[in-house]
Write a protein that binds this ligand. Structure first.
Ligand code: GLN
Ligand code: ZN
Length: 766
């Protein structure tokens, strides 16, 4: 399988913060005034250098530049193009660095750019704001400086930029611009800006520049595909430019593949992992990329499992016949995985061998490149080790637990259906719960107090024992219950003081889940998360929440809601298995949660909430796959909740999204009550549910918990009246948008008191 021209290894981006979280510390130190701008710049430059040296030492032949960011690479693209909202212009003019952070985080008088999910990952980018008056003013200083830094290390470097079509497709109309303005209309104005950047990079010595166009893996209209064609004809036709590598990832290119293949660019980077493996057949059908460079993303850049090197070699072997030159890469930027498995000393070394974080993935790429260039004999040792690790994973009892598999296989359609239709359940619940019209409740968490945080830290450090920690939790629960009774809420919660995180808390108690100690992944800016790993078959050794819910219920006559994280969210915020369909993993998690629901009910819990905030965000990128996703996702929810008695009321909660396009799926959950984030428009959410014929009860949020603002009773009452225009009083709930854990007690006391006052006032009018 060896070729005459060497195959090279490359990546599109690398984790930014450093092994010791140095970047986060430097940036937050700068915000707090503890670190100077110069010290921040120096720390950032050192991290970049360390990363490039590491990549080169591990065998990466061509390193990316410009992917590094102090906050977000899409914000960096906006700065590169001079796209600064009017409200931030003064801040940017006064100081470029402070202006940059002002766009990212907002200031007292200027809200930040909107933040939203980067495709279907858990990374969030800052949305560019554009309008007919937008003028692009190129400032390539950051790109040029970072390219020069890498070159100074003697490395072959390739600047990476967000491509023009993706940049426009990710943007939204600026405030004050007509909402139907389409940013793509600015393409002809944007292309000269890109031409200018390319010329500058060429002059600086860049042989290749990578333009990322992940938006082209989504369903695109003929007009959008035509725009991509125009863009790459124009950029390809420039005289003064580096060679162009147009990169796509997260899915197959589909209809955009022939568009890019026929454009006058020198290279394409395609994803060949997971569903994007369909790119292989598509590429062959399109006649390959004769004369072009193909960068083949064969190592999964967004999951944590070791690569099947032999399988990748086979894929690459096929690809060698389809392009002028083939290089190997991770399927996308390594930004989406943690840095290094070596730091995970808490994970059994035998299991650690199944895992590949960013550093291990670069080693895999180097191995693949070496095998293709020098023949597989040259990598015989690596192949043997890889084969052994794959076999160890496939044959492990962690991977396959016969009891879990037998139970999942025996699950029937009926298990995922409640025995009674909603109207009968509603009558039984009304009798059982005795709630007033417009019942009041909250979403689950209450403020995480300083005492609680210090108890948690104390337990971790061994300063206090479990008994002392649990005493603290009980004290928190007592306070939360007492407040809710005093405020007059109808359905109470225990406040979730025992939870560090809504997914990790359950992951730690389920068999088959792995937790990492240092597996940080950037969510946005300086916020990093440590997603647990769904490593094996999932089972529940014992009850997870019953103790705290029962304790809370013992303190009050009013119903206390049991509170669980749903199966879809458990998957969405974890690294998932790559050796079985997501639907199978979801079913295992659902069955474990179903047992928890049964235990809660048996312990006397009358209301149980199963949170699914991630249901909408996990929707696949292509519409053709939505149906099958929603089918297994809603089935997993129903499997979790379907076993309860008719009088037990099942709630669900969703946030972080608009739900207009998945109302049918929400209905399919068959939950008795849904609480939804509705900050943008209470009325619209209620109306959408009513128009869609949603037959059950709903609580569009009337208190925006993302803001320190406290809505007064009149404001809440006005929102509830709007809701009543769409839904009758026995089906409308009064609740906040989401959990209260990030708010302070004084705000929460005032806001919830006002919420109850407003609900009571309206009840009196009924
Ligand atoms: N029950 C959770 C809480 O209140 C829900 C969190 C969420 O929706 N993200 O914190
Ligand atoms: Zn929420």
């Amino acid at each position: 399988m060896s070729t005459t021209s060497p195959v090279r290894a490359t990546v599109y981006g690398y984790p930014r913060q450093g092994g010791g979280r140095e970047l986060k510390k430097a940036i937050e130190g700068y915000w707090a005034g503890r670190v100077t701008a110069d010290a921040l710049r120096t720390a950032a430059a050192e991290l970049r250098r360390a990363n490039w040296r590491q990549l080169a030492a591990d065998g990466i032949h061509e390193v990316p530049t410009g992917d590094f960011s102090l906050y977000d690479h899409v914000l960096d693209a906006s700065v590169l193009l001079g796209v600064v909202p009017d409200r931030h212009r003064a801040a940017v003019a006064a100081d470029a660095l402070d202006g940059y952070f002002a766009m990212a985080r907002g200031t007292q008088d200027a809200p930040p750019l909107e933040m939203t999910k980067w495709f279907d990952t858990n990374y969030h980018y800052l949305v560019p704001e554009l309008g007919p008056a937008t003028v692009f003013r190129v400032d390539p200083a950051k790109q040029l400086a970072e390219f020069a830094e890498a070159r100074a290390l003697g490395l072959t470097a390739r600047p990476v930029l967000v491509g023009p079509v993706t940049y426009l497709l990710l943007a939204k109309p600026a405030p004050g611009v007509a909402p139907d303005f389409e940013p793509l209309a600015l393409l002809d104005r944007l292309l000269p800006a890109y031409a200018e950047i390319l010329a500058a990079l060429r002059a600086a010595g860049a042989a290749w520049v990578q333009l990322d166009e992940p938006a082209l893996v989504q369903d695109r209209t003929p007009a959008e595909l035509a725009a991509a064609q125009r863009a790459y004809r124009a950029l390809g036709g420039l005289a003064d430019r580096p060679k162009l590598l147009v990169a796509s990832y997260f899915d197959r290119l589909g209809a955009a593949l022939p568009v890019l293949a026929q454009s006058p660019v020198e290279g394409l980077a395609l994803d060949f992992t997971g569903p994007a493996a369909a790119n292989l057949g598509d590429l062959a059908a399109a006649g390959g990329l004769p004369g072009k460079r193909l960068v083949a993303g064969v190592v999964d850049g967004r999951n944590v499992w070791i690569n099947d090197l032999e399988k990748s070699l086979t894929t690459l072997g096929t690809l060698l016949g389809l392009a002028g030159r083939v290089d190997v890469a991770a399927s996308c930027s390594l930004l989406h995985v943690p840095l290094d498995t070596a730091a995970e000393r808490g994970i059994d070394p035998a299991i650690r061998r199944w895992l590949a974080f960013a550093r291990q993935k670069t080693a895999e790429l180097a191995t693949l490149a070496k095998g293709l260039t020098h023949g597989t004999e040259a990598i015989a040792g690596e192949l043997a080790a890889n084969r052994a690790d794959l076999a160890s994973r496939a044959g492990s009892p962690i991977t396959r637990d016969p009891a879990v598999r037998a139970r999942a296989a025996a699950t029937t359609e009926a298990d995922a259906r409640r025995a009674h239709a909603y109207p009968e359940r509603a009558a039984a619940q009304r009798a059982h719960l005795g709630l007033p019209p417009l019942p009041t409740t909250t979403i689950g968490s209450f403020p995480q107090t300083a005492a609680l945080r210090s108890a948690r830290a104390g337990l971790r450090a061994g300063h206090i024992d479990t008994a002392a920690y649990e005493e603290r939790i009980e004290a928190e629960i007592r306070e939360v219950i007492a407040f809710q009774e005093e405020a007059g809420l109808d359905v109470l919660v225990h406040g979730e003081p025992e939870r560090n995180d809504m997914v990790q808390y359950f992951a730690e108690q389920l068999t088959g889940y792995l937790a990492t100690r240092h597996g940080w992944v950037q969510s946005y800016g300086t916020r990093y998360v440590r997603p647990p790993i769904l490593a094996g078959d999932i089972s529940r050794p014992g009850p997870m929440t019953v103790r705290w819910t029962s304790f809370a219920q013992s303190l009050t006559e009013r119903p206390v809601k049991g509170m669980l994280t749903g199966p879809v969210t458990m998957l969405a915020w974890s690294f998932v298995r790559d050796d079985q369909p997501l639907a199978d993993t979801a079913r295992q998690v659902a069955l474990a949660l179903r047992d928890e629901v049964a235990d809660l009910e048996a312990a006397g819990t009358r209301v149980i909430q199963v949170d699914e905030p991630a249901l909408r965000e996990t929707l696949p990128l292509r519409a053709a796959e939505h149906g099958s996703y929603l089918a297994w996702a809603t089935e997993a929810f129903r499997l979790t909740t379907g076993g309860v008695r008719p009088a037990t009321q099942i709630h669900t909660h969703m946030c972080y999204a608009e739900f207009g396009d998945i109302l049918a799926a929400i209905d399919d959950l068959d939950a008795d009550v849904i609480s939804l984030e509705a900050t943008r428009s209470h009325m619209r959410v209620a109306e959408e549910l009513a128009t869609a014929g949603y037959p059950r009860e709903a609580g569009p949020g009337v208190y925006d918990i993302h803001s320190p603002r406290i809505p007064g009773p009149d404001e809440v009452a006005a929102l509830l009246r709007e809701g009543l225009a769409a839904l009758p009083p026995d089906r409308l709930w009064a609740n906040p948008d989401c959990g209260l854990k990030t708010r302070a007690w004084p705000e929460v006391r005032a806001a919830l008191t006002n919420l109850v006052t407003a609900a009571r006032r309206i009840r009196a009018e009924l």
